[in-house]
Design a binder for this molecule. Structure first.
Ligand SMILES: O=P(O)(O)OP(=O)(O)OP(=O)(O)OC[C@H]1O[C@@H](n2cnc3c(O)ncnc32)[C@H](O)[C@@H]1O
Length: 375
């Protein structure tokens, strides 16, 4: 919707109006429809996963009683959509750019959060950018693309390719109107093509991710969801903790498989998704490594998450939690003792009382022989 608003604002408004009309006639307490910002998308995704992972709830009475109790840290959020991608995490460093800085007070604790949303770096728009940046200069109507499995073919047109605002600045009238993309299935060449959409030459801050965007040093664990999960799940890389090299090896193997073989093995998966797993795998590695700065050491800090406790990881739950004030800024007043400690103390004092009473009774009782007058 953010892209549509850029290319055709009237159409974007018509979509919103249609959504409004439909939801107004539903039994929900409809409060309006709007296009959220990229920053909101990052923030709500971060709230969702930390809420579902129980990272916000810190029982202060338990913390006081157990000096070695590990303080719950929040997890960073990595979201990969079709049009945009977001990175959000708590940072102890100075956030040099205001646009990337968020402050939350949740359950009585302050969080300084870094977030950035890269529009045009969702996996569909990144594929489009990659194609445009690597178009051959000749007027050939066949384009060989290493990011598709060998034997794969797809028809496209110049008008379709340049229809997105992410690439319209490169639009050219040269070249064929219609063309065919033919896969050559080469992971290393694909990765080189993908790298061309990341600009790391300028940085107006002390440190950047890419395209001149500020990013502090990566901090803590990360949960990666949406398309990060869909793609890694297909490649069977979400359960086991594979090293970065093993992950690259798995993607390379997938890219080198002939398309016919892939299609026969997975007849039920949508052709659009299936044909793009080689590109998507290479893109995810490049985004995480070259873009955000993950490496062989901190790769283990990323978990690929589909559902957490039965709920989808994504921005929508976080949005709802915020709108309905389900996460209060302050901790609800807690009793001085936790329930467990209270019950424990009650049992202890009851036993102690019984013990005292028993001791008194035994101490004041006359021996039986005395009672009967026998010495
Ligand atoms: O925030 P934006 O960028 O608009 O993203 P979106 O709303 O399109 O993003 P989703 O999380 O719904 O999906 C992310 C992308 O993953 C794609 N996708 C969905 N299911 C998939 C699957 O099973 N395998 C591969 N890709 C999938 C989908 O087409 C999108 O391109």
């Amino acid at each position: 919707m953010r892209l549509l608003r850029m290319s055709n604002n009237t159409l974007a408004n018509e979509v919103l109006l249609s959504v409004e009309n439909t939801l107004r006639s539903s039994p929900f307490d409809f409060q309006g429809a709007r296009i959220i910002t990229g920053q909101d998308e990052g923030a709500y995704g971060w709230i969702t996963i930390n809420y579902l992972l129980n990272n916000f709830v810190q029982d202060s009475s338990v913390l006081n009683l157990l000096p070695n109790f590990r303080k719950v840290e929040t997890s960073g959020a990595l979201d990969l959509g079709g049009a945009s991608t977001q990175i959000t995490f708590v940072s102890n460093e100075d956030i040099e750019s205001q646009d990337n800085s968020l402050h939350f007070r949740l359950y009585g604790k302050n969080y300084n959060v870094y977030t950035h949303s890269f529009l045009c770096y969702g996996k569909d728009q990144a594929l489009r950018q990659q194609l445009v940046k690597n178009l051959p200069s000749t007027e050939n109507s066949t384009i060989f693309d290493p990011c598709f499995n060998s034997g794969y073919r797809r028809n496209s047109s110049i008008s379709e390719l340049y229809s997105s605002p992410c690439v319209s600045e490169y639009s050219t009238l040269d070249g064929p109107i219609n063309f065919e993309i033919k896969g050559t299935g080469n992971y290393h060449l694909c990765k080189a093509n993908v790298q061309s959409i990341f600009n790391r030459t300028h940085c107006p801050y002390s440190q950047c991710s890419f395209n001149g965007v500020f990013q502090p040093v990566l901090q803590g664990k990360f949960g990666a969801f949406s398309a990060f999960y869909f793609v890694m799940d297909f490649l069977k890389l979400t359960q086991e903790k594979a090293t970065l090299d093993e992950v690259k090896e798995r993607i390379q193997q997938h890219c080198s498989r002939p398309w016919d073989e892939v299609k026969t093995e997975f007849p039920k998966i949508k052709v659009k998704y299936l044909s793009e797993y080689c590109f998507s795998g290479a893109y995810i590695i490049t985004l995480l490594e070259l873009g955000y700065g993950f490496n062989a050491d901190n790769w283990k800090d990323i978990s690929f998450l589909g559902k957490i406790s039965g709920s989808d990881a994504g921005w929508t739950l976080g949005y709802m939690l915020n709108l309905t004030n389900m996460i209060p800024a302050e901790l609800p007043p807690s009793p001085p003792l936790s329930h467990g400690v209270y019950v424990g103390l009650m049992v202890f004092f009851s036993i102690f009382l019984v013990f005292i009473m028993l001791t008194c009774w035994l101490g004041h009782r006359k021996p039986r022989c005395l009672q009967k007058g026998i010495i």
